[in-house]
Design a protein around this ligand. Sequence first.
Ligand code: G6P
Ligand code: MG
Length: 209
Amino acid sequence: GKEAFIFDLDGVLVDTATFHYRAWRRLANELGFDFSMQQNELLKGVSRMQSLEQVLTWGRMQQAGLDKEHLAEKKNAWYLELVERMGPDDVLPGVLAFLRAAKATGIRTALGSASKNARLILDRTGLQGYFDAVIDGNAVVLSKPHPEVFLRAAEALGAAPDACLVFEDAQAGIDAAKAAGMSAVGIGSGTALQRADLVVAGLADLKID
Ligand code: G6P
Ligand code: MG
């Protein structure tokens, strides 16, 4: 059995993956181009600055001498406008029951997210008390698919990697879990989540055992 569960945040516990998509698209549109929902899959799980690099590449704007820090801040401000409206009702279906059941079974839990806004989102949605450790974008240097965030989470929980189960909606996140030597549950559509040990539509579809 697994001793520890590590949860991604955006797209697994809350629906902020769509907010990221809307904010990146708004930036792209302002720069004069667009990208598809399919392309957006490649932004999931990836840090803010790396996502910006990807978006600019799609728009062929890498050489345009743009102020990248400024663009990233702009996207984040738009993203935060959407986050500000969040509350406890925005926790995805089945999440609270799943987290409570994990606790009741004695499983340790950690958040493993690339987001620098993770703590703000946990506070706004009332999820902050459910995790024994929070490893977020402020604590890690290397973006998923690098395993750093999950290895740090396992370490914080005092669990060996092979005793950890990761819940992820991003291909980069599944790859990071595998690189860490962990098992992974893919959340969402199966085609985008190759290599997951199991794929479900959401945590509502899953039971602890
Ligand atoms: C998560 C999301 C990504 C996002 C990244 C950084 O991994 O899946 O879409 O780019 O966090 O988020 P931040 O809130 O720091 O911009
Ligand atoms: Mg995610």
